[in-house]
Design a protein around this ligand. Structure first.
Ligand code: NAD
Length: 467
């Protein structure tokens, strides 16, 4: 018999009752007013500001994420997004007047943003605080009722989110359901007005199939193999530090926009490897497994997955830096591999960890074919001072986002959409794009009774046709 202290399983009956409840509240119009939306965004800011230490602790417990990364990459980003949404909310909610055509003269028209209804947000473990609340900002700003399902792979953050959202936000419209596959499946059986999912492509297919049953639109924030192309005409020290910042300073490589692999020329690769080694040693010391500034691998499954990538026999002798691991601490050190074969396991799937393979080509232009022969990545990076190459990269590389001469920072620009293309995702968010992701753009045409043209109506005579 199940112990009474065990958490009761959330099933589809409960999920259905929850959605019905939220739909009643949504239909009452409560979430539509500017005042409600602003009050919830303010409450979210307050929640974050008053609980910074608890958030840092939860992130540390889930990933041994260091305080600086937790603060800069999750807490400060969230506060900034909340502040931005509050500042822009009135403008976002204002309908947009648009031109009309001679065929409807006289008339006026506007685009009205209306909330979609009751929406589901399913988030991932690697930035468990930010990836849960950033989409909620958009859902609230757009006037929806929301259910959040945080990732069970980051349990401390998941339970903190459930507690804090319960305390700070309006629970007649905003709920949290904790749990794993069973709970998410129960939620996915319901009819939602939008599903916003962050995670891997395999589960994205399950989400999209469930959404299709109800013709529910989806945003899918996925991953992929994000390349960094490195030219030889660069400031090597700065480029190297920025590659490290996007890889190991982001959750020890467990970030969707971390550079997954590097492409450079055969001639330049040894210089690049040396520079990476030098900077990595400066950042993490001689024994990175002891560094307090590196996150651990999230759990033993992912540790095993990454170890398997390293154990691929095609990689023997390819490790040129790192490769140390400590299973008891779930730590893997920053690891660089040179001349990794394209048919190795490491080059066939997203790495999502501290391993950085380098592929070499004769001419840098060949990197375009290497990238375009794979699925479209979430991000692609280029380090060069060659303007022609920059232009060609922007024109020829399809990815969710591109950054020239840096990594990952496009994520912090709220005027840029953040999302994937092809296998790296569907839809985008951040800033106004989050508001739009959770709004329906309603077309409204206004006419008066003046100027009723007879040409519209039968009988359709030749004279009318000539007009
Ligand atoms: P995860 O294991 O936390 O799973 C994501 C969510 O899916 C969780 O809430 C989980 O409960 C749910 N889930 C898992 N299996 C399910 C199933 N069978 N049915 C229904 N729901 C299920 O996270 P993950 O997938 O390991 O995340 C890593 C992936 O996410 C990487 O590919 C990464 O690139 C991508 N990612 C993308 C972004 C982005 O913003 N584009 C951000 C972070 C991570």
């Amino acid at each position: 018999m199940e112990s009474t202290t065990m958490r009761r399983r959330f099933d589809s009956v409960e999920a259905s009752a929850m959605v019905s409840d939220l739909r009643v509240t949504f239909d009452s119009g409560k979430t539509r007013s500017y005042e409600w939306r602003a009050s919830q965004l303010k409450a979210l800011t307050k929640l974050t500001e008053e609980n910074e230490q608890a958030i840092v602790q939860a992130l540390n417990s889930d990933l041994s994420k260091c305080e600086t990364e937790a603060y800069i990459q999750e807490i400060a980003m969230l506060k900034n997004s909340c502040k931005g949404a509050l500042k822009e909310l009135k403008r976002w909610m204002t309908s947009e007047k648009v031109k009309t055509s001679i065929s409807t003269f006289p008339s006026t028209a506007e685009i009205v943003s209306e909330p979609l209804g009751v929406v589901l947000i399913i988030s991932a473990w690697n930035y468990p605080f930010l990836l849960s609340l950033e989409p909620i900002i958009g859902a609230i700003a757009a006037g929806n009722a929301v259910v959040l399902k945080p990732s069970e792979v980051a349990p401390a953050t998941s339970s903190l989110l459930a507690k804090l959202l319960g305390e700070y936000l309006d629970n007649s419209c905003i709920r949290v359901v904790e749990g794993a596959v069973d709970e998410t499946s129960a939620l996915l059986q319901q009819k939602w007005d939008k599903i916003f999912y962050t995670g891997n492509g395999r589960v994205a297919r399950i989400v999209m199939a469930a959404a299709a049953k109800h013709l529910t639109p989806v945003v899918l924030e996925l991953g992929g193999k994000s390349p960094a192309v490195v030219d030889s005409n660069i400031d090597l020290k700065v480029a190297t530090r920025r590659i490290i910042a996007g890889k190991w300073c982001c959750n020890n490589g467990q970030a969707c926009i971390s550079p997954d692999y590097i492409i450079t020329t055969k001639d330049y690769a040894p210089k690049l490897v040396d520079a990476l080694k030098t900077e990595l040693e400066k950042f993490y010391g001689k024994n990175p497994l002891e560094s307090k500034d590196l996150s651990r691998i999230v759990n033993s499954n992912h540790f095993g997955r990454l170890t398997k990538l390293l154990d691929d026999e095609k990689l023997s002798g390819k490790i040129v830096f790192g490769g140390e691991k400590d299973e008891s601490k779930l730590m893997i050190s920053p690891t660089i591999l040179l001349d990794v074969p394209r048919n190795s396991l490491m080059m066939r799937e997203e790495i999502f960890g501290p391993l950085l393979p380098i592929i070499t080509v004769d001419k840098l232009e060949e990197s375009f074919d290497v990238i375009n022969s794979g699925t479209k990545p979430l991000a692609a990076y280029l380090f060069t001072t060659n303007n022609k190459l920059k232009e060609q990269f922007v024109m020829n590389i399809s990815a969710g986002g591109l950054v020239i001469n840096d990594t990952a920072l496009h994520l912090a620009i709220n005027t840029l959409p953040f999302g994937g293309v092809g296998e790296s995702g569907i839809g985008a968010y951040h800033g106004k794009f989050s508001f739009d992701a959770f709004s329906h753009k309603k077309a409204v045409l206004y006419r008066s009774f003046f100027g009723d043209a007879a040409i519209r109506y039968p009988p359709y005579t030749n004279t009318k046709m000539r007009l």
